[in-house]
Ligand binder design. Structure first.
Ligand code: SAM
Ligand code: SF4
Ligand code: SF4
Ligand code: SF4
Length: 470
C-alpha cells in the first residue's frame, strides 16, 4: 500500500445483526438480444453474447405457452424464475426485469409476469427496460393487465437513421409502439413510460430534440446516463470527468496561468532545480493554488492537468446542452434526469446498496449489482481496469430465500459498507495514484482501505452511469 494513501476511516467491520433486507431484485431473464448496439456488451463481446439459437421474436408472434420447451443458457427457465419467486418475492417492493439482453425476446415473458404477480406483495412494482422493437400494441395489451409500474424504452436520438447507426436492429415501428405506450399511460394503464438515453459525443446535440420528440409523441419522462467506457475509443466519447468540480477548476486555473512553465516542469528531468530556483510569479501561483487546495482538503492529481484542460470545451458545451435540455423539459412539462459532469466524492451512493437491491444473472448468480455480474474491462483514470464478477450465491442451489442465503457476516458487512460509501470506500478520481499504477486500480479485488471488493472507481456510485432509476 502507498504510504500516502487517503486515510481509511474507522468504519465498523463487524455486523450488528444478521438480518439482510432485500427490497428490490433486478433480474436478467435473458442475455439474448435482437439488437447489437455499438456500445453494449452484445456488440463488444460477441463470444460471451452470441446470437441465441432460440427464436428471438417468439413473443411478437404470439405468446408462447409451451413452458416445457427447451431454452438454451441465454434464457432463465420459468422453473428457476418460479422457485425464486416462491422463495424470495414475498417481501419485495420492486421487481425489475433488466440485464444484458432484451427481456421481450424471452418466449415466456408473460408467464413470468404471471408468476411474479402471484408471489409479489400487492404493493410491489414491476418494471422493465426494453429496446421496444417487439413491444407492438397487441403484446402491450397482454402485458399491462399485470399492473406494470414503469416501462423504460432505450433510444439515443429522435432521428431514426441515427438510432439505426448506434442501435443496429432499430426500426421505425418503435416510434409507433412508443406512441401507443404513451396513450396507455394517459389512459391510466401504466404509471410511467420513459425513454432512457445514453449520452456521448455522438448524440450530445440531439438531446434537446429528444425532449421535443417526447413532447410530440406523448412521453413524459426522460432519463439520461453517461456511457460506460468498455474500450479506449469509448473513453474518448465520454462527456464527464471522474474528478471533483473543485479539483477540475484548480487544474484548469493552473494550466491557464502557465501552461508552458508546467510543460517545462513536467518534461525537464531536473525540474526540482527549476522549482527551487525560479521565482516566476506563475510558478508561485501554482504553489498558492495547491496550498489552498490542501487547506481545503481538495485532492488534485496534477498528472491529469493536460487531459482535464483538453476536456474544458467539451464539458462547457455539455453543460450548455444540459441547460437547454432542462429548459425545454420545463417548457413541455417533461421530467428529465440528467447525470452530473463531475463527481462529488462525498455524495457517492451505491444505487444497489442504498436501496437494498440485488442483481440476479441469467445463470442464477446473485451479485451486489449489475456491474459485478460478469467480467469486463473498464477504461477510467487513464488506465484499464478489470471488473471481476462478485458472486454471493446462486439461486439454482438455493433451497431457501435469498435473505436466508445472505445472512452471513460477510454479506452484512458488505451491505453496511455499500450504504456508507463516502466514508467506507475511497474515490480514486482525485487521488494522485490513480494515474500512477496504484496496485488497487488494476482490478476490483480491493482498495487501499483494505476492503476486499473494490468499488473505488465505480461509475454507478458517482451517478455518471445509471441502470436503476427511482
Ligand atoms: C443493456 S440494455 C438491456 C435492456 C434492453 N435491451 C434495452 O436496450 O433497453 C439496458 C440499457 O443499458 C444501456 N447501455 C448499454 N450499453 C451501455 C454502456 N456501455 N453505457 C451505458 N449504458 C449502456 C442501453 O442503452 C439500455 O438503455
Ligand atoms: S438492445 Fe439492449 S441489450 Fe440489446 S444490444 Fe442494445 S443495449 Fe444491448
Ligand atoms: S461496483 Fe458500484 S454499484 Fe456495484 S456494489 Fe460497488 S458501489 Fe455498488
Ligand atoms: S488510487 Fe485509489 S486505491 Fe489507490 S491509493 Fe488512491 S484512492 Fe487508494
Amino acid at each position: 500500500m502507498h504510504s500516502n494513501v487517503p486515510d481509511a476511516p474507522d468504519v465498523p467491520k463487524v455486523p450488528k445483526d444478521l438480518d439482510p433486507s432485500i427490497k428490490i431484485l433486478q433480474i436478467e431473464i435473458t442475455t439474448n438480444c435482437n439488437f447489437r448496439c455499438l456500445y453494449c456488451s452484445h456488440a463488444l463481446d460477441p463470444q460471451v453474447f452470441p446470437e441465441s439459437n432460440n427464436e428471438c421474436n417468439g413473443l411478437a408472434d404470439g405468446i408462447s405457452n409451451g413452458l416445457a420447451e427447451e431454452l438454451d443458457e441465454n434464457y432463465m427457465s420459468v422453473k428457476t424464475f418460479g422457485n425464486l419467486a416462491r422463495t424470495s418475492f414475498g417481501e419485495l417492493d420492486r421487481l425489475i426485469l433488466y440485464g444484458v439482453g432484451e427481456p421481450l425476446t424471452h418466449p415466456h415473458f408473460i408467464p413470468m409476469l404471471d408468476i411474479a404477480r402471484k408471489y409479489l406483495p400487492d404493493h410491489a412494482q414491476i418494471e422493465f427496460t426494453t429496446n421496444c422493437s417487439l413491444l407492438a400494441p397487441a403484446l402491450l395489451d397482454q402485458i399491462l393487465p399485470y399492473r406494470i409500474h414503469r416501462i423504460i424504452v432505450s433510444m439515443d436520438t429522435p432521428f431514426i437513421v441515427k438510432n439505426q447507426e448506434f442501435r443496429p436492429g432499430f426500426t421505425a415501428s418503435i416510434q409507433d409502439n412508443l406512441i401507443y405506450l404513451g396513450e396507455q399511460q394517459r389512459a391510466g394503464k401504466i404509471d410511467i413510460v420513459a425513454i432512457e438515453s445514453v449520452i456521448s459525443k455522438v448524440n450530445l446535440h440531439d438531446l434537446p430534440y429528444l425532449v421535443d420528440f417526447c413532447h410530440e409523441i406523448g412521453i413524459s419522462t426522460l432519463y439520461f446516463s453517461h456511457l460506460l467506457p468498455f474500450s479506449q475509443d469509448m473513453l474518448d466519447q465520454l462527456l464527464f470527468v471522474p474528478v471533483s468540480k473543485a479539483a477540475f477548476d484548480i487544474m484548469v486555473n493552473i494550466v491557464e496561468n502557465g501552461w508552458e512553465i508546467i510543460n517545462q516542469l513536467i518534461l525537464t528531468p531536473s525540474y526540482i532545480k527549476i522549482i527551487e530556483a525560479d521565482k516566476h510569479p506563475r510558478i508561485q501561483h501554482i504553489f498558492t493554488r495547491m496550498d489552498e487546495a490542501r487547506k481545503n482538503k481538495i485532492d488534485v492529481d496534477l498528472h491529469k492537468l493536460t487531459i482535464m484542460f483538453q476536456k474544458v470545451p467539451q464539458i462547457q458545451e455539455t453543460y450548455r446542452v444540459f441547460e437547454q435540455v432542462k429548459n425545454r423539459a420545463q417548457q413541455w412539462g417533461i421530467t428529465v434526469e440528467i447525470p452530473p459532469l463531475f463527481v462529488d466524492p462525498e455524495r457517492r451512493e451505491c444505487p444497489f446498496g442504498a436501496r437494498d437491491a440485488l442483481f440476479i444473472t441469467v445463470d442464477g448468480n446473485i451479485v451486489p449489482c449489475y456491474n459485478l455480474a460478469r467480467p469486463h474491462t473498464l477504461f477510467i483514470n487513464e488506465h484499464e481496469r478489470v471488473e471481476h464478477p462478485y458472486i454471493l450465491g446462486n439461486i439454482l442451489t438455493m433451497p431457501d430465500s435469498i435473505t436466508k442465503l445472505l445472512a452471513t457476516p460477510e454479506y452484512i458487512a458488505l451491505a453496511e459498507r455499500l450504504k456508507n460509501l463516502p466514508n467506507a470506500v475511497p474515490w480514486c478520481g482525485d487521488c494522485i495514484y490513480s494515474t500512477q499504477n496504484c496496485f488497487y486500480v488494476k482490478d476490483n479485488s480491493g482498495d487501499c482501505y483494505g476492503n476486499q471488493l473494490g468499488c473505488n472507481e465505480c461509475l454507478y456510485s458517482s451517478g455518471f452511469v445509471r441502470c436503476l432509476f427511482d
